[in-house]
Design a protein. Structure first.
Lengths: 202, 202, 202, 202
DNA sequence: GATGAATGAGTGTTCATTCAT
DNA sequence: CATGAATGAACACTCATTCAT
């Protein structure tokens, strides 16, 4: 029916339909029939591109992983405040742009060990490591106070994930009327102040 | 088979079995038969106490909600640092104690609008509001710097949730070898410094 | 619906329905739905007694194997002609009584290696071995001429199988109007004469 | 892709691929895709030469039927022992040469009435009739004892079919280490002695 | 003629739910 | 109250067949 101009688009078309349906329904409640309908094709067609339902899920994970972060590395020249803001902004945008994919994945990551480890190793881990490394360098240069960078980085990442996720899931309830920019600004201040060198011990 | 002394304990018995199985398998992958087996009863018996599988899930949510937070209200007399640490410690403990229930719920909250709103309104909302109120009072008393307290509170809550969740799901990978106390201490410092009044504008 | 008096009859009931349907349609063309309908139950019920379609097939094989031959061993006291006739008669009766089961199996044995080896080892093999042993004893006692007993026994068994099978499958065409008794008589004569000691070498 | 020099060879090419795949997998388990792959063509192409999967099967039957037996008719001049040996040898060779075709067919013949009747009428029937006719002539000439030739001929044919089939299917188990020649020799002796005129009644 | 992507009906199987005991 | 055998709707997946290229 709904033909796409390029032959390889079909895969993408299915992937996007799957992300949309999985994101809304979760893995188990999403049916191949519905995914097919959402993509405007017949159920059997999906199996020409993906071996089974699970592979479709893993393909979504891979799609996310491969388009992964060139990161705000270039921004490392900025000052500390600028770097934190840049990372926050970048991650919030990433979450927004891949909302359907992420929403589809998170639910499964929560219950599926294999997916969890795959995702953690390939996405979360590197991001946290990169952040920790940056912080550690700033601490070494006395631009930030000494701290356990792994904990800080994880906490910061956690804030962002939760804020991005819940703002996507419940825009009416979570911080309604507050823009991404306001969010970034406030968080930047919170974490920057939290990490700047301090004259005296508390 | 396995009779309980009190007639109403049966409900609790089922609820706990359900939380255990749902927590491990997720809602869809958990079967009534397995929940029954886990509780040492017959599948049919569950239906004498819960109308259907979904009600069982909602009952788990309710069980969490009702045993909810007397909060660190009593601790409000402490200084600010003590309050933040107390809240962090309390929430981390709550997550640990109800791990199975929470794990079961979160996956569903993620995909189920009704459950999400119920949970947000009854659990998340009040907690955030209470925290925001406390912070606001501290700001008014000049013990903390002015800030958008809703954002800060949500960010702090997000850190805790993510840290607790991932530490439960992936103890080997997320901050291995770091104790809860170390975590609380580091986070307290981060957020306290992030919020203390500052002499000059940055 | 169609309740049986004894609780364990349900398994047998399914097994017989399966044998009937498989016998008529073959394994692949037989559907669980049809087997269920033939047994007067719902499709799902079959899975309470058999793990899957293949197990149902294997259970048919086992049913055949267990009700196996006490053989014409008692008849070993008879003279050679009587023995041969007794075995022929017994095997033809066996084929007739288990026609549906056998027909179902043979088709699968033809294409399925596992089933083939199982059936050969447990049914065919022992039968042939027993026959070969008897013949060998008769040869040793000079009541039959020397011969390669394995070949003879296999040939005799082959005749019977084919004759029984085709007479069941095509009663109109294969030896119509000839009774089992006539068959047994003629075959007995053929093989007895074929095996009796001979005065001179040909 | 793989073009054949002559346009009509394509049909044969498909037929042989089909026989190979059907022989190994059986009718239902063989897929058109696999048959096509085995023939080095696209699935759609098969439908240019055969209306559907079933016609492909029937065409295999026809292929067998047409290349049918010029029979050991020429050998009728031999003595009786020579004739029997010649027929046995010829049939065993036929089974070996057409093993894939035959294996594919037999499974279907077993379950498919139409195919069965077609095959019986066109292949089995004539062979048996020819054999019966020969035997009858020998009996009339007092070179063989009087007997029910239809039964004898069917029994002999049955032996051969079973022996050929099982030796093809289970070479390790059925009469391993015995050559076709030994088989023919032993069977010839068995049936010849079984049929030679006898001086006295047993 | 030849292709092979697309189809969708039909399969085996699962499991929430019921109800006779 | 409790049971657990029975149900049957719904699912993932397969594959013979078609048809635009």
């Amino acid at each position: 029916m709904e033909q796409s101009g390029f032959p390889e688009d079909r895969r993408t078309q299915i992937l996007e339909a799957a992300a949309a349906v999985l994101g809304e329904k979760g893995y188990e409640r999403a049916t191949m029939k519905e995914i097919a309908a959402h993509a405007g094709i017949a159920p059997g067609t999906i199996y020409l591109y993906f071996k089974n339902k699970r592979e479709l899920l893993l393909a979504i994970a891979d799609a996310l992983i491969t388009q992964q972060v060139d990161q705000a590395l270039a921004e490392a020249t900025q000052d500390t405040a600028g770097y934190i803001a840049a990372v926050l902004r970048d991650r919030i945008r990433f979450a927004r742009e891949n909302q359907a994919f992420l929403q589809a994945l998170v639910a499964e990551i929560w219950t599926d060990r294999e997916l969890r480890e795959r995702f953690f190793t390939q996405i979360i881990g590197p991001v946290l490591a990169s952040g920790a490394q940056y912080l550690q360098a700033q601490v070494a240069a006395d631009r930030l106070r000494p701290c356990r960078v792994e904990i800080v980085v994880t906490a910061v990442a956690g804030s962002i994930v939760i804020l991005s996720a819940l703002r996507a899931l419940m825009p009416e309830q979570l911080l309604p009327g507050i823009s991404d920019d306001e969010l970034v600004e406030e968080l930047t201040r919170l974490y920057l102040y939290g990490l700047l060198p301090r004259p005296e011990k508390p």
